[in-house]
Design a binder for this molecule. Structure first.
Ligand code: FPP
Length: 230
């Protein structure tokens, strides 16, 4: 059994709405609790010996289809989250990075994102990446267009990898909560050899204890990357 160091963890946080509904609350309460869970999981990852980056799917290119009020709430929540989170990032030596097309956001929110990225760029214990207005196909398409614009010919996989917004590294483990078993246009290029874990837990109920169990499960996976066991 190969012991694989887990360096890049990716998470699809699903189930905020169902969590709120089960409790007779407005969907927005589920998102608020979900944001608190992002904080707990991020600080936990910053103390983990091998995890270098954790990428959360916070807003997809498809999420604009939600009712206007919910979209506006998510934007305000993100702004509040980042404003509040800066102290947490600094206290735990966490670098913050956004991926996705943030130009679609208000200028105020774009400024906030850039400010927090800039303020945390020297931090090293972990990179927390928030995928915001993100779509995997859009990311790959943009990378290819960028290479064409540079006059690149005979484009290789390595060229595309380095032109992506997430050139950090491939995803080792992808977790999706709430029992749904879909990829939803997430990190399509980077998950080629990722291990998947589908949890039944709704995101607002997800804990570091469950993450620990999943990390333990990951250690027992037999990753062959297309090869065979020796
Ligand atoms: C899925 O729940 C969740 C999202 C729309 C993305 C995750 C958003 C958060 C955790 C909230 C805030 C994020 C930040 C960074 C402040 P859902 O609404 O699809 O749940 P449902 O499938 O049960 O309806």
């Amino acid at each position: 059994m190969t012991k694989q160091p887990l360096q890049h963890l990716a998470i699809i946080m699903d189930g905020n709405g169902r969590w709120a509904k089960q409790k007779g609350l407005n969907r927005t309460k589920g998102h608020e609790k979900g944001a608190e869970v992002i904080r707990d999981i991020t600080t936990y990852c910053s103390t983990h010996p091998t995890i270098e980056s954790v990428t959360f799917y916070a807003f997809s290119t498809e999420n604009w289809k939600r009712p206007k009020m919910e979209v506006e709430f998510l934007m305000r929540l993100l702004d509040r989250y980042l404003q509040h989170e800066l102290a947490t990032y600094q206290a735990h030596d966490i670098r913050f990075k956004a991926i996705g097309n943030i130009e679609a956001f208000s200028q105020k929110l774009q400024d906030r994102i850039q400010h927090v990225e800039e303020a945390t760029k020297e931090n090293r214990s972990l990179t927390q990446i928030l995928a915001l207005n993100y779509g995997g196909r859009a990311e790959i398409t943009a990378a290819v267009n960028q290479l064409i614009a540079k006059g690149k010919r005979d484009i290789t996989e390595a060229d595309i990898s380095s032109a992506l917004q997430t050139p950090y590294r491939d995803v080792d483990l992808l977790i999706r909560t709430s029992g749904e078993e879909r990829i939803s246009n997430y990190l399509l290029w980077q998950i080629s050899y990722a291990e998947f874990y589908f949890s039944q837990t709704l995101w607002p109920d997800f804990t570091t204890t469950e993450l620990d169990e999943i990390l333990d499960d990951f250690q027992h996976r037999n990753r062959r990357f297309g090869g065979i066991n020796e």
